[in-house]
Design a binder for this molecule. Structure first.
Ligand SMILES: NC(=O)c1ccc[n+]([C@@H]2O[C@H](COP(=O)([O-])OP(=O)(O)OC[C@H]3O[C@@H](n4cnc5c(N)ncnc54)[C@H](OP(=O)(O)O)[C@@H]3O)[C@@H](O)[C@H]2O)c1
Length: 353
């Protein structure tokens, strides 16, 4: 099974180069992806185009390990193993879907940093709203099942926990763009929509650089033990590991392919409620580092982008499906993500084993 998948990946890489050339010759800024149908070892036709980000490795692995033929895509960080596609290029999306004819699409690409979205609204809306709309329309036309990753920031945080059918009321442009792009759009599509939305809270996972996520970047504050630093201690968060999200994505897609009634909005979240300050203290404790330089801040800075105080997600709809994904405890999950950034990487062996 693994050989099959690997061979497919190499073929995709070659195709990627070919399509890239074609795209360049048309003077497009970005490249397109390629399609083709793959077959897994058991003969089933299972193909996915993975449009992800920080969780790409985990998600690809999660699907591949279950026999899916995975076609991962990226943009600026696309590597030889990933196809490069600018999702703001409508032709690129169409070309991608027409060539590969995927059965399932996981759409994760977004500008998800609220402050950046406020500063560069047009570019963010292009990706979060317009590209998502195009992808949703094209997926519906091609008959692919689209799983759209959304956010708890669609809620205002004033009356948690939020059920799947509760009315969204985003406080910032990022939340609005996720709502407009991925969620409301489905009502207006002219063809039958075969899609689900998975809302998740703040994420963390394996990263190349700790600055890739709001959670792993706390490592920089924890390590700077010589200087005191303030950390938010009023916004309640539920940090969730991307590996758990990847497992939910896979199981939800597999169920949805068997059962056409599995559509609409789902929530997934870890259970531990923490502020950023509490996450940082937990990280310090996990690595036996001092935490007395960390100072809890109990008021939101007036100048910052508005964020919900507590947008806890009620996940009962997903729980009814019994997908058996138990969120990992924060301390062990974050330790796994951060140990490569410790000065002495042998730390992991000495502490965990
Ligand atoms: N991170 C969180 O805490 C969090 C919380 C709730 C919901 N979410 C949602 O979860 C999803 C994943 O978030 P994330 O944290 O993994 O985001 P991220 O790390 O910021 O990654 C953004 C992704 O979008 C891709 N991308 C950017 N511009 C693109 C373009 N023009 N064409 C194609 N791809 C493009 C990037 O590809 P390259 O890197 O290759 O350029 C990257 O893979 C998003 O939909 C986000 O709204 C995230």
């Amino acid at each position: 099974m693994m050989t099959n998948i690997k061979r497919a990946t190499e073929q995709e890489t070659q195709k990627s180069q070919r399509v890239q050339y074609r795209s360049d010759s048309q003077r497009r800024t970005n490249t397109v992806l390629q399609p083709r149908r793959g077959t897994t070892a058991d003969g089933s036709s299972t193909e996915i185009i993975q449009i992800i980000c920080q969780s790409i490795n985990q998600s690809c692995r999660e699907f591949q390990n279950s026999g899916w033929l995975v076609i991962g895509t990226g943009y600026r960080r696309a590597r030889p193993r990933l196809l490069r596609c600018d999702l703001t290029d409508e032709d690129a999306i169409r070309g991608l879907l027409q060539e590969y004819k995927p059965d399932v699409i996981i759409h994760c690409a977004a500008e998800r940093r609220p402050d950046v979205v406020e500063r560069h609204t047009e570019a963010a809306v292009n990706l979060n709203v317009h590209a998502t709309s195009t992808l949703a329309k094209e997926a519906a036309i091609s008959g692919a099942f689209l799983l759209y990753i959304s956010t708890d920031y669609v809620f205002d945080g004033r009356n948690p926990p939020y059920g799947e059918d509760d009315s969204p009321n985003p406080l910032n442009v990022y939340g609005r763009s996720k709502l407009e792009g991925g969620e409301r759009h489905y009502d207006t599509v002219q063809v039958p929509v075969c899609a689900a939305v998975l809302r998740v809270p703040v994420l963390f996972g394996e990263v190349e650089s700790v600055s890739e996520s709001a959670v792993t970047s706390l490592w920089l504050k924890v390590q700077g033990a010589t200087e005191s630093c303030t950390l938010d201690h009023c916004q309640q968060r539920f940090p969730t590991h991307t590996r758990d999200v990847a497992a939910v994505c896979r199981k939800l897609c597999e169920r949805a392919r068997q059962d056409p009634s599995i559509r609409g909005i789902f929530h997934f979240s870890a259970k531990e409620q923490m502020t950023k300050y509490e996450m940082a203290v937990a990280i310090a404790q996990a690595f036996s580092l001092p935490s007395n330089h960390l100072i809890p801040l109990t008021e939101q800075p007036a100048a910052s982008t508005l964020r919900p105080i507590n947008s806890q997600l009620n996940c009962s709809r997903l729980e009814l499906l019994n997908l058996s994904v138990e969120p990992r405890p924060f301390t062990s999950a974050i330790s796994d993500c951060l140990w490569p950034f410790t000065p002495d990487k042998r730390w992991r062996q000495t502490v965990f084993h």
